[in-house]
Design a protein around this ligand. Structure first.
Ligand code: GLC
Ligand code: CA
Length: 556
Protein backbone atom coordinates (compact mmCIF):
# COMPACT_ATOMS: atom_id res chain seq x y z
CA UNK A 1 0.00 0.00 0.00
CA UNK A 2 1.41 3.35 -1.06
CA UNK A 3 0.69 5.28 2.12
CA UNK A 4 2.39 8.45 0.85
CA UNK A 5 -0.47 8.91 -1.64
CA UNK A 6 -2.83 9.43 1.28
CA UNK A 7 -0.86 12.47 2.37
CA UNK A 8 -0.06 13.92 -1.05
CA UNK A 9 -3.67 13.83 -2.19
CA UNK A 10 -4.91 14.34 1.36
CA UNK A 11 -8.47 15.32 0.44
CA UNK A 12 -9.30 11.85 -0.82
CA UNK A 13 -8.96 10.21 2.56
CA UNK A 14 -9.99 13.26 4.58
CA UNK A 15 -12.80 13.46 7.11
CA UNK A 16 -14.49 16.81 6.59
CA UNK A 17 -16.44 18.67 9.26
CA UNK A 18 -18.65 21.55 8.14
CA UNK A 19 -19.50 24.21 10.69
CA UNK A 20 -20.90 27.67 11.05
CA UNK A 21 -18.67 29.77 13.35
CA UNK A 22 -21.76 31.68 14.45
CA UNK A 23 -23.47 28.63 15.97
CA UNK A 24 -20.48 26.56 17.15
CA UNK A 25 -19.12 28.20 20.31
CA UNK A 26 -19.36 31.70 21.72
CA UNK A 27 -16.02 32.71 23.23
CA UNK A 28 -16.87 36.19 24.56
CA UNK A 29 -20.40 35.76 25.91
CA UNK A 30 -22.23 38.04 23.48
CA UNK A 31 -24.51 35.25 22.23
CA UNK A 32 -22.78 34.81 18.86
CA UNK A 33 -20.32 32.03 18.10
CA UNK A 34 -16.84 33.27 17.19
CA UNK A 35 -13.30 32.27 16.22
CA UNK A 36 -12.05 32.46 19.79
CA UNK A 37 -14.74 29.98 20.85
CA UNK A 38 -14.05 27.75 17.86
CA UNK A 39 -10.30 27.73 18.54
CA UNK A 40 -11.02 26.45 22.03
CA UNK A 41 -12.80 23.44 20.53
CA UNK A 42 -9.99 22.42 18.18
CA UNK A 43 -8.88 19.67 20.54
CA UNK A 44 -12.43 18.33 20.59
CA UNK A 45 -12.40 18.12 16.79
CA UNK A 46 -8.91 16.64 16.75
CA UNK A 47 -10.02 14.00 19.25
CA UNK A 48 -12.99 13.18 17.10
CA UNK A 49 -10.60 12.53 14.24
CA UNK A 50 -11.65 15.31 11.89
CA UNK A 51 -8.90 16.17 9.39
CA UNK A 52 -10.41 19.13 7.56
CA UNK A 53 -12.78 21.82 8.78
CA UNK A 54 -15.07 23.41 6.19
CA UNK A 55 -16.08 26.87 7.41
CA UNK A 56 -19.37 28.24 6.19
CA UNK A 57 -19.06 31.91 5.12
CA UNK A 58 -17.48 34.07 7.83
CA UNK A 59 -17.15 37.40 6.02
CA UNK A 60 -18.95 40.70 6.63
CA UNK A 61 -22.42 40.10 5.33
CA UNK A 62 -25.92 41.48 5.37
CA UNK A 63 -26.82 38.13 6.90
CA UNK A 64 -30.02 37.66 4.99
CA UNK A 65 -28.82 34.27 3.78
CA UNK A 66 -26.68 33.31 6.77
CA UNK A 67 -23.50 34.80 5.37
CA UNK A 68 -23.99 33.57 1.79
CA UNK A 69 -24.59 37.26 0.97
CA UNK A 70 -21.10 38.71 1.30
CA UNK A 71 -20.36 42.42 1.50
CA UNK A 72 -16.56 42.21 1.87
CA UNK A 73 -14.50 39.23 0.68
CA UNK A 74 -11.29 40.35 2.34
CA UNK A 75 -12.38 40.56 5.96
CA UNK A 76 -13.84 38.63 8.88
CA UNK A 77 -17.36 39.42 10.07
CA UNK A 78 -16.63 41.55 13.19
CA UNK A 79 -19.35 39.65 15.09
CA UNK A 80 -17.22 36.49 14.68
CA UNK A 81 -13.86 38.02 15.51
CA UNK A 82 -10.88 39.69 13.90
CA UNK A 83 -8.54 38.56 11.16
CA UNK A 84 -6.07 37.97 13.96
CA UNK A 85 -8.50 35.57 15.68
CA UNK A 86 -8.98 33.80 12.37
CA UNK A 87 -5.24 33.27 11.86
CA UNK A 88 -4.80 32.02 15.44
CA UNK A 89 -7.57 29.50 14.80
CA UNK A 90 -6.09 28.27 11.51
CA UNK A 91 -2.66 27.96 13.07
CA UNK A 92 -3.99 26.02 16.08
CA UNK A 93 -5.92 23.71 13.78
CA UNK A 94 -2.80 23.10 11.69
CA UNK A 95 -0.84 22.21 14.79
CA UNK A 96 -3.42 19.48 15.53
CA UNK A 97 -3.17 18.16 11.98
CA UNK A 98 -6.41 19.76 10.81
CA UNK A 99 -6.64 21.70 7.56
CA UNK A 100 -9.20 24.42 7.01
CA UNK A 101 -11.19 25.20 3.87
CA UNK A 102 -14.00 27.70 3.51
CA UNK A 103 -16.97 28.49 1.36
CA UNK A 104 -16.16 30.56 -1.70
CA UNK A 105 -19.38 32.36 -2.59
CA UNK A 106 -18.68 34.26 -5.80
CA UNK A 107 -21.70 33.51 -7.95
CA UNK A 108 -23.23 36.57 -6.30
CA UNK A 109 -22.52 39.26 -3.73
CA UNK A 110 -24.77 40.96 -1.23
CA UNK A 111 -26.83 43.79 -2.67
CA UNK A 112 -25.06 45.97 -0.08
CA UNK A 113 -21.59 45.13 -1.40
CA UNK A 114 -19.83 48.39 -2.40
CA UNK A 115 -19.31 46.95 -5.89
CA UNK A 116 -23.05 46.61 -6.39
CA UNK A 117 -23.78 49.95 -4.79
CA UNK A 118 -21.32 51.63 -7.17
CA UNK A 119 -22.71 49.64 -10.10
CA UNK A 120 -26.32 50.64 -9.55
CA UNK A 121 -25.55 54.28 -8.83
CA UNK A 122 -23.75 55.12 -12.05
CA UNK A 123 -23.85 53.58 -15.51
CA UNK A 124 -20.30 54.80 -16.03
CA UNK A 125 -18.96 53.23 -12.86
CA UNK A 126 -16.17 50.71 -13.55
CA UNK A 127 -18.26 48.31 -11.45
CA UNK A 128 -21.42 48.60 -13.58
CA UNK A 129 -20.49 45.64 -15.71
CA UNK A 130 -19.47 43.51 -12.75
CA UNK A 131 -23.16 42.61 -12.58
CA UNK A 132 -25.67 41.56 -15.22
CA UNK A 133 -28.11 44.27 -16.33
CA UNK A 134 -31.05 44.34 -18.73
CA UNK A 135 -33.59 46.92 -19.77
CA UNK A 136 -36.19 44.20 -19.96
CA UNK A 137 -36.53 40.74 -18.54
CA UNK A 138 -35.22 38.49 -21.32
CA UNK A 139 -37.74 36.10 -22.79
CA UNK A 140 -37.05 32.46 -23.46
CA UNK A 141 -34.34 32.15 -20.81
CA UNK A 142 -34.35 29.74 -17.94
CA UNK A 143 -37.31 30.41 -15.68
CA UNK A 144 -36.37 27.76 -13.14
CA UNK A 145 -36.17 29.21 -9.66
CA UNK A 146 -33.83 28.14 -6.86
CA UNK A 147 -36.26 29.32 -4.16
CA UNK A 148 -39.77 28.71 -5.47
CA UNK A 149 -42.35 30.31 -3.22
CA UNK A 150 -39.81 32.83 -1.93
CA UNK A 151 -38.71 34.40 -5.21
CA UNK A 152 -40.79 34.85 -8.36
CA UNK A 153 -38.18 35.75 -10.93
CA UNK A 154 -34.44 35.65 -11.57
CA UNK A 155 -34.52 39.35 -12.49
CA UNK A 156 -35.16 42.30 -10.20
CA UNK A 157 -35.84 45.91 -11.11
CA UNK A 158 -33.52 48.45 -9.52
CA UNK A 159 -34.89 51.98 -9.50
CA UNK A 160 -31.59 53.71 -9.03
CA UNK A 161 -29.95 51.71 -11.81
CA UNK A 162 -32.95 52.04 -14.09
CA UNK A 163 -32.46 48.43 -15.16
CA UNK A 164 -33.15 44.84 -14.12
CA UNK A 165 -30.32 42.77 -12.62
CA UNK A 166 -29.84 39.01 -12.63
CA UNK A 167 -30.05 37.03 -9.38
CA UNK A 168 -30.19 33.23 -9.48
CA UNK A 169 -30.69 33.09 -5.70
CA UNK A 170 -32.45 35.67 -3.50
CA UNK A 171 -33.10 39.12 -4.95
CA UNK A 172 -30.71 40.53 -2.38
CA UNK A 173 -27.93 38.45 -4.01
CA UNK A 174 -27.12 40.00 -7.43
CA UNK A 175 -25.11 37.67 -9.70
CA UNK A 176 -21.60 38.69 -10.64
CA UNK A 177 -20.81 38.87 -14.35
CA UNK A 178 -18.10 36.28 -14.86
CA UNK A 179 -17.73 37.29 -18.51
CA UNK A 180 -15.99 40.42 -17.20
CA UNK A 181 -12.22 39.83 -17.02
CA UNK A 182 -11.96 42.08 -13.94
CA UNK A 183 -14.47 39.93 -12.07
CA UNK A 184 -12.47 36.81 -12.87
CA UNK A 185 -9.31 38.58 -11.78
CA UNK A 186 -10.96 39.57 -8.50
CA UNK A 187 -12.04 35.98 -7.82
CA UNK A 188 -8.42 34.89 -8.26
CA UNK A 189 -7.35 37.61 -5.86
CA UNK A 190 -9.85 36.44 -3.23
CA UNK A 191 -8.57 32.87 -3.54
CA UNK A 192 -4.97 34.07 -3.38
CA UNK A 193 -5.66 36.17 -0.30
CA UNK A 194 -7.19 33.38 1.80
CA UNK A 195 -4.55 30.86 0.72
CA UNK A 196 -1.95 33.31 1.95
CA UNK A 197 -3.77 33.61 5.28
CA UNK A 198 -3.72 29.85 5.68
CA UNK A 199 -6.69 28.13 4.02
CA UNK A 200 -6.10 24.80 2.26
CA UNK A 201 -8.86 25.15 -0.27
CA UNK A 202 -12.45 26.11 -0.91
CA UNK A 203 -15.93 24.69 -1.09
CA UNK A 204 -17.16 26.54 -4.14
CA UNK A 205 -20.76 27.55 -3.77
CA UNK A 206 -23.27 26.89 -6.57
CA UNK A 207 -20.67 26.02 -9.24
CA UNK A 208 -23.12 25.39 -12.12
CA UNK A 209 -24.65 28.84 -11.57
CA UNK A 210 -21.22 30.39 -11.29
CA UNK A 211 -20.21 28.99 -14.69
CA UNK A 212 -23.56 29.71 -16.30
CA UNK A 213 -23.49 32.45 -18.91
CA UNK A 214 -27.19 32.48 -19.72
CA UNK A 215 -28.58 35.99 -19.40
CA UNK A 216 -25.11 37.53 -19.74
CA UNK A 217 -24.78 39.66 -22.86
CA UNK A 218 -21.07 40.34 -22.45
CA UNK A 219 -18.91 38.23 -24.70
CA UNK A 220 -17.32 35.44 -22.69
CA UNK A 221 -13.84 35.22 -24.15
CA UNK A 222 -13.05 32.01 -22.34
CA UNK A 223 -15.24 28.89 -22.20
CA UNK A 224 -16.55 28.58 -18.63
CA UNK A 225 -14.92 25.19 -18.04
CA UNK A 226 -11.61 26.52 -19.31
CA UNK A 227 -11.91 29.30 -16.79
CA UNK A 228 -12.52 26.76 -14.02
CA UNK A 229 -9.42 24.94 -15.23
CA UNK A 230 -7.44 28.20 -15.08
CA UNK A 231 -8.69 28.76 -11.56
CA UNK A 232 -7.55 25.30 -10.55
CA UNK A 233 -4.09 25.79 -11.97
CA UNK A 234 -3.84 29.21 -10.34
CA UNK A 235 -4.75 27.57 -7.02
CA UNK A 236 -2.09 24.91 -7.57
CA UNK A 237 0.57 27.48 -8.39
CA UNK A 238 -0.18 29.44 -5.24
CA UNK A 239 -0.47 26.43 -2.97
CA UNK A 240 0.53 23.02 -4.28
CA UNK A 241 -1.76 20.90 -2.14
CA UNK A 242 -4.82 23.16 -1.97
CA UNK A 243 -8.09 21.70 -3.17
CA UNK A 244 -11.46 22.68 -4.62
CA UNK A 245 -14.66 21.02 -3.45
CA UNK A 246 -17.68 21.92 -5.54
CA UNK A 247 -21.36 22.19 -4.85
CA UNK A 248 -22.65 20.68 -8.08
CA UNK A 249 -26.16 19.38 -7.62
CA UNK A 250 -26.69 17.85 -11.06
CA UNK A 251 -27.12 14.37 -12.52
CA UNK A 252 -24.00 12.19 -12.28
CA UNK A 253 -22.89 12.61 -15.90
CA UNK A 254 -23.16 16.38 -15.65
CA UNK A 255 -21.29 16.47 -12.34
CA UNK A 256 -18.48 14.46 -13.95
CA UNK A 257 -17.80 17.36 -16.36
CA UNK A 258 -16.88 19.58 -13.42
CA UNK A 259 -13.90 17.38 -12.59
CA UNK A 260 -12.55 18.15 -16.08
CA UNK A 261 -11.73 15.61 -18.81
CA UNK A 262 -8.13 15.52 -17.67
CA UNK A 263 -8.96 15.81 -13.98
CA UNK A 264 -7.91 19.45 -14.07
CA UNK A 265 -10.98 21.23 -12.72
CA UNK A 266 -12.57 20.45 -9.32
CA UNK A 267 -10.84 17.95 -7.02
CA UNK A 268 -14.07 16.91 -5.34
CA UNK A 269 -17.80 17.35 -5.68
CA UNK A 270 -20.46 16.89 -3.03
CA UNK A 271 -22.32 13.73 -3.95
CA UNK A 272 -25.96 14.80 -4.09
CA UNK A 273 -26.96 11.79 -6.20
CA UNK A 274 -25.76 9.29 -3.64
CA UNK A 275 -27.22 11.38 -0.82
CA UNK A 276 -30.70 11.22 -2.31
CA UNK A 277 -30.34 7.50 -3.00
CA UNK A 278 -29.52 7.12 0.69
CA UNK A 279 -32.83 8.76 1.65
CA UNK A 280 -34.73 6.35 -0.52
CA UNK A 281 -32.77 3.32 0.66
CA UNK A 282 -33.40 4.20 4.30
CA UNK A 283 -37.13 4.61 3.67
CA UNK A 284 -37.40 1.43 1.59
CA UNK A 285 -35.18 -0.55 3.99
CA UNK A 286 -33.67 -1.90 0.81
CA UNK A 287 -30.27 -1.47 -0.86
CA UNK A 288 -31.74 -1.08 -4.35
CA UNK A 289 -31.47 2.70 -4.62
CA UNK A 290 -27.83 2.61 -3.48
CA UNK A 291 -26.92 -0.20 -5.86
CA UNK A 292 -28.49 1.76 -8.68
CA UNK A 293 -26.60 4.92 -7.66
CA UNK A 294 -23.29 3.06 -7.38
CA UNK A 295 -23.75 1.59 -10.84
CA UNK A 296 -24.49 5.02 -12.28
CA UNK A 297 -21.56 6.68 -10.48
CA UNK A 298 -19.04 7.82 -13.12
CA UNK A 299 -15.38 6.91 -12.89
CA UNK A 300 -13.33 9.85 -11.66
CA UNK A 301 -9.86 11.10 -12.56
CA UNK A 302 -7.08 9.60 -10.45
CA UNK A 303 -6.68 12.33 -7.84
CA UNK A 304 -10.37 13.21 -7.65
CA UNK A 305 -13.00 11.95 -5.25
CA UNK A 306 -16.60 12.25 -4.16
CA UNK A 307 -17.53 14.00 -0.93
CA UNK A 308 -20.28 11.91 0.65
CA UNK A 309 -22.66 13.17 3.30
CA UNK A 310 -25.79 12.24 5.19
CA UNK A 311 -27.15 15.74 5.82
CA UNK A 312 -25.81 19.19 5.03
CA UNK A 313 -26.56 22.74 6.12
CA UNK A 314 -29.39 23.19 3.62
CA UNK A 315 -32.71 21.40 3.35
CA UNK A 316 -32.41 17.68 2.53
CA UNK A 317 -33.00 18.26 -1.14
CA UNK A 318 -34.76 15.35 -2.83
CA UNK A 319 -34.93 17.06 -6.20
CA UNK A 320 -33.51 14.09 -8.09
CA UNK A 321 -36.17 11.62 -6.97
CA UNK A 322 -39.41 11.11 -8.84
CA UNK A 323 -42.46 12.88 -7.42
CA UNK A 324 -43.76 9.58 -6.04
CA UNK A 325 -40.42 8.75 -4.38
CA UNK A 326 -40.16 12.23 -2.90
CA UNK A 327 -43.63 11.94 -1.40
CA UNK A 328 -42.66 8.57 0.06
CA UNK A 329 -39.66 10.13 1.80
CA UNK A 330 -41.79 13.08 2.94
CA UNK A 331 -44.35 10.71 4.45
CA UNK A 332 -41.69 8.73 6.29
CA UNK A 333 -39.33 11.51 7.38
CA UNK A 334 -41.22 14.81 7.28
CA UNK A 335 -44.98 14.38 7.07
CA UNK A 336 -46.08 17.89 8.05
CA UNK A 337 -45.74 20.95 5.80
CA UNK A 338 -43.61 22.80 8.37
CA UNK A 339 -40.96 20.08 7.96
CA UNK A 340 -40.83 20.53 4.18
CA UNK A 341 -39.28 23.24 2.08
CA UNK A 342 -39.54 24.45 -1.52
CA UNK A 343 -41.59 21.37 -2.37
CA UNK A 344 -38.31 19.46 -2.76
CA UNK A 345 -36.72 18.96 0.63
CA UNK A 346 -36.88 18.45 4.36
CA UNK A 347 -35.62 20.97 6.90
CA UNK A 348 -34.80 18.32 9.49
CA UNK A 349 -31.71 16.54 10.76
CA UNK A 350 -31.33 12.78 10.64
CA UNK A 351 -31.90 11.81 14.32
CA UNK A 352 -35.40 13.28 14.48
CA UNK A 353 -36.32 11.80 11.11
CA UNK A 354 -35.33 8.38 12.41
CA UNK A 355 -37.15 8.92 15.72
CA UNK A 356 -33.84 8.77 17.59
CA UNK A 357 -33.28 5.12 16.61
CA UNK A 358 -29.56 4.69 17.44
CA UNK A 359 -29.08 1.55 15.38
CA UNK A 360 -30.56 3.13 12.29
CA UNK A 361 -28.59 6.34 12.72
CA UNK A 362 -25.38 4.36 13.00
CA UNK A 363 -26.33 2.39 9.92
CA UNK A 364 -26.71 5.64 7.94
CA UNK A 365 -23.29 6.96 9.01
CA UNK A 366 -21.53 3.62 8.60
CA UNK A 367 -22.95 3.47 5.08
CA UNK A 368 -21.89 6.97 4.07
CA UNK A 369 -18.42 6.45 5.53
CA UNK A 370 -17.98 3.23 3.58
CA UNK A 371 -19.20 4.37 0.17
CA UNK A 372 -16.57 5.49 -2.37
CA UNK A 373 -15.38 8.95 -1.39
CA UNK A 374 -14.50 11.04 1.65
CA UNK A 375 -17.13 11.65 4.34
CA UNK A 376 -18.41 15.09 5.28
CA UNK A 377 -20.01 15.61 8.68
CA UNK A 378 -22.19 18.60 9.49
CA UNK A 379 -21.49 19.90 13.02
CA UNK A 380 -23.49 18.16 15.71
CA UNK A 381 -24.09 15.00 13.67
CA UNK A 382 -21.59 13.22 15.91
CA UNK A 383 -23.85 13.71 18.94
CA UNK A 384 -27.21 13.37 17.21
CA UNK A 385 -28.07 17.09 17.31
CA UNK A 386 -31.67 17.80 16.26
CA UNK A 387 -33.18 20.68 14.29
CA UNK A 388 -35.22 23.51 15.75
CA UNK A 389 -38.25 23.99 13.52
CA UNK A 390 -38.96 27.32 15.20
CA UNK A 391 -35.97 28.78 13.36
CA UNK A 392 -37.28 29.82 9.95
CA UNK A 393 -36.58 28.10 6.63
CA UNK A 394 -33.27 26.36 6.01
CA UNK A 395 -31.80 27.70 9.23
CA UNK A 396 -33.75 25.15 11.30
CA UNK A 397 -30.80 22.73 11.00
CA UNK A 398 -28.26 25.39 12.02
CA UNK A 399 -29.15 25.65 15.73
CA UNK A 400 -26.35 26.15 18.29
CA UNK A 401 -24.05 23.23 19.07
CA UNK A 402 -24.85 21.47 22.37
CA UNK A 403 -21.71 21.17 24.49
CA UNK A 404 -23.15 20.38 27.91
CA UNK A 405 -26.35 20.45 29.93
CA UNK A 406 -25.54 23.94 31.20
CA UNK A 407 -27.73 26.91 30.18
CA UNK A 408 -27.77 27.40 26.37
CA UNK A 409 -26.26 23.95 26.06
CA UNK A 410 -22.90 25.45 27.00
CA UNK A 411 -22.86 27.26 23.66
CA UNK A 412 -22.81 30.71 25.23
CA UNK A 413 -23.00 32.40 28.63
CA UNK A 414 -25.30 35.11 27.26
CA UNK A 415 -28.94 35.40 28.28
CA UNK A 416 -31.03 33.03 26.13
CA UNK A 417 -32.81 35.97 24.51
CA UNK A 418 -29.51 37.31 23.30
CA UNK A 419 -28.42 34.21 21.40
CA UNK A 420 -28.05 34.73 17.68
CA UNK A 421 -30.19 31.61 17.25
CA UNK A 422 -32.26 29.64 19.78
CA UNK A 423 -31.01 26.35 21.15
CA UNK A 424 -33.03 23.18 20.46
CA UNK A 425 -35.62 22.67 23.20
CA UNK A 426 -37.36 19.76 24.82
CA UNK A 427 -36.64 16.77 26.99
CA UNK A 428 -35.76 14.48 24.12
CA UNK A 429 -33.59 16.73 21.98
CA UNK A 430 -32.53 19.66 24.16
CA UNK A 431 -29.09 19.94 25.80
CA UNK A 432 -30.18 18.00 28.88
CA UNK A 433 -30.50 14.88 26.69
CA UNK A 434 -28.02 15.53 23.89
CA UNK A 435 -24.64 17.08 24.63
CA UNK A 436 -20.92 16.53 24.14
CA UNK A 437 -19.90 16.41 27.82
CA UNK A 438 -22.22 13.49 28.67
CA UNK A 439 -21.42 11.56 25.51
CA UNK A 440 -17.67 11.93 26.02
CA UNK A 441 -18.06 10.08 29.31
CA UNK A 442 -20.18 7.30 27.85
CA UNK A 443 -18.39 4.61 25.82
CA UNK A 444 -21.72 3.56 24.26
CA UNK A 445 -22.70 7.05 23.12
CA UNK A 446 -23.08 8.10 19.51
CA UNK A 447 -20.05 10.37 19.95
CA UNK A 448 -17.83 7.52 21.17
CA UNK A 449 -19.07 5.36 18.32
CA UNK A 450 -18.46 8.15 15.78
CA UNK A 451 -14.86 8.51 16.97
CA UNK A 452 -14.41 4.84 16.28
CA UNK A 453 -16.08 5.05 12.89
CA UNK A 454 -13.81 7.94 11.88
CA UNK A 455 -10.78 5.96 13.01
CA UNK A 456 -11.92 2.93 10.98
CA UNK A 457 -12.55 5.08 7.93
CA UNK A 458 -9.13 6.74 8.13
CA UNK A 459 -7.54 3.30 8.41
CA UNK A 460 -9.35 2.10 5.31
CA UNK A 461 -7.97 4.20 2.45
CA UNK A 462 -8.89 1.47 -0.05
CA UNK A 463 -12.45 2.89 0.08
CA UNK A 464 -11.32 5.90 -1.85
CA UNK A 465 -8.09 4.76 -3.52
CA UNK A 466 -9.08 1.26 -4.44
CA UNK A 467 -11.22 -0.53 -7.02
CA UNK A 468 -14.75 -1.06 -5.85
CA UNK A 469 -17.04 -3.95 -6.63
CA UNK A 470 -20.54 -4.84 -5.57
CA UNK A 471 -20.46 -8.29 -4.00
CA UNK A 472 -23.40 -10.31 -5.19
CA UNK A 473 -25.83 -11.32 -2.43
CA UNK A 474 -29.39 -12.66 -2.64
CA UNK A 475 -31.01 -10.41 -0.05
CA UNK A 476 -32.29 -7.09 -1.43
CA UNK A 477 -31.91 -5.53 2.03
CA UNK A 478 -28.16 -6.11 2.02
CA UNK A 479 -25.44 -4.00 0.45
CA UNK A 480 -22.05 -5.66 0.22
CA UNK A 481 -19.05 -3.81 -1.20
CA UNK A 482 -15.51 -4.89 -1.79
CA UNK A 483 -12.53 -2.55 -2.16
CA UNK A 484 -9.08 -3.62 -3.37
CA UNK A 485 -6.01 -1.44 -3.24
CA UNK A 486 -2.44 -2.55 -3.58
CA UNK A 487 -2.82 -6.00 -2.06
CA UNK A 488 -5.18 -4.83 0.67
CA UNK A 489 -8.91 -5.54 0.53
CA UNK A 490 -11.99 -4.72 2.55
CA UNK A 491 -15.50 -6.09 2.48
CA UNK A 492 -18.13 -3.88 4.07
CA UNK A 493 -21.69 -5.09 4.51
CA UNK A 494 -24.85 -3.30 5.61
CA UNK A 495 -28.32 -4.49 6.45
CA UNK A 496 -30.80 -1.75 5.57
CA UNK A 497 -33.71 -3.57 7.18
CA UNK A 498 -34.96 -3.56 10.77
CA UNK A 499 -34.96 -7.36 10.93
CA UNK A 500 -31.93 -9.62 11.36
CA UNK A 501 -30.57 -11.14 8.15
CA UNK A 502 -28.43 -14.06 7.16
CA UNK A 503 -26.46 -13.72 3.99
CA UNK A 504 -23.78 -15.50 2.03
CA UNK A 505 -21.49 -14.69 -0.84
CA UNK A 506 -18.44 -15.95 -2.58
CA UNK A 507 -14.99 -14.40 -2.71
CA UNK A 508 -13.71 -14.80 -6.23
CA UNK A 509 -10.05 -14.30 -5.48
CA UNK A 510 -7.70 -16.25 -3.29
CA UNK A 511 -7.10 -13.22 -1.09
CA UNK A 512 -8.97 -13.72 2.16
CA UNK A 513 -8.84 -17.47 2.22
CA UNK A 514 -7.53 -17.19 5.73
CA UNK A 515 -10.67 -15.45 6.89
CA UNK A 516 -12.32 -12.10 7.30
CA UNK A 517 -11.03 -9.96 10.14
CA UNK A 518 -13.84 -8.06 11.80
CA UNK A 519 -12.96 -4.42 12.44
CA UNK A 520 -15.78 -3.40 14.76
CA UNK A 521 -15.20 -6.16 17.27
CA UNK A 522 -18.01 -8.58 16.55
CA UNK A 523 -15.87 -11.53 15.65
CA UNK A 524 -13.96 -12.81 12.66
CA UNK A 525 -15.61 -14.92 9.99
CA UNK A 526 -14.11 -17.90 8.23
CA UNK A 527 -13.93 -18.41 4.51
CA UNK A 528 -14.68 -21.79 2.94
CA UNK A 529 -12.18 -23.55 0.69
CA UNK A 530 -14.19 -22.45 -2.33
CA UNK A 531 -14.23 -18.83 -1.10
CA UNK A 532 -17.75 -18.99 0.32
CA UNK A 533 -18.72 -16.88 3.32
CA UNK A 534 -21.90 -17.05 5.43
CA UNK A 535 -22.74 -14.63 8.19
CA UNK A 536 -25.58 -12.91 9.94
CA UNK A 537 -26.28 -9.24 10.52
CA UNK A 538 -28.46 -7.65 13.18
CA UNK A 539 -31.29 -5.35 12.13
CA UNK A 540 -29.66 -2.19 10.70
CA UNK A 541 -26.37 -3.99 11.28
CA UNK A 542 -23.05 -3.31 9.59
CA UNK A 543 -19.81 -5.24 9.39
CA UNK A 544 -16.44 -3.93 8.26
CA UNK A 545 -14.02 -6.72 7.35
CA UNK A 546 -10.53 -6.82 6.04
CA UNK A 547 -9.37 -9.88 4.15
CA UNK A 548 -6.60 -11.63 6.03
CA UNK A 549 -3.67 -12.29 3.79
CA UNK A 550 -1.62 -15.41 4.09
CA UNK A 551 2.09 -15.19 3.41
CA UNK A 552 1.50 -17.18 0.25
CA UNK A 553 -1.08 -14.72 -1.04
CA UNK A 554 0.95 -11.72 0.00
CA UNK A 555 3.66 -12.82 -2.36
CA UNK A 556 1.32 -12.64 -5.35
C1 GLC B 1 -25.68 27.23 -1.76
C2 GLC B 1 -25.61 27.14 -0.26
C3 GLC B 1 -26.84 27.78 0.33
C4 GLC B 1 -26.95 29.23 -0.14
C5 GLC B 1 -26.86 29.32 -1.66
C6 GLC B 1 -26.68 30.74 -2.12
O1 GLC B 1 -26.72 26.48 -2.25
O2 GLC B 1 -25.46 25.81 0.15
O3 GLC B 1 -26.86 27.69 1.72
O4 GLC B 1 -28.17 29.77 0.27
O5 GLC B 1 -25.80 28.57 -2.17
O6 GLC B 1 -25.37 31.19 -1.85
CA1 CA C 1 -19.20 35.90 20.49
Amino acid sequence: MDISRTSDVWWKNAVFYCLDVETFRDGNGDGIGDFIGLAQQIDYLAGLGVTCIWLMPFHPSTNRDDGYDISDYYAVDPRLGTLGDFVEFVRTARDRGIRVISDLVVNHTSREHPWFQAARSDRKSPYRDWYVWRDEVPKGGSDSLVFPGEEESNWEWDDKAGQFYLHRFYKHQPDLNIAHPKVREEIRRIIGFWLEVGLSGFRIDAVPFLLETEGITHEMTIAPHNWLRDLRSFLGRRCGDAMLLGEVNLEYEDVRRFYGDEGDELHMCLNFNLNQALALALVHQDAGALVHSLRAMPTLPRDAAWANFVRNHDEWSLDKLTEAERQEVFRAFGPTPEMQLFGRGLRRRLPTMLGGDQARMRLAYSLIFSLPGAPVLFYGEEIGLAENLDIPGRLSVRAPMQWSNEPNGGFSTAAPDNLSRPVVEGRKWGPAAINVADQERDPRSLLSWMERLIRRRRETPEIVFGDRRLVSVDEPEILALRYDWDGQASIIIHNLAAKDQKTSFKLDRPLGQDGLVDRFGEGDVSVGRDGSVSLSLAGYGYRWFRLRQSAENMAV
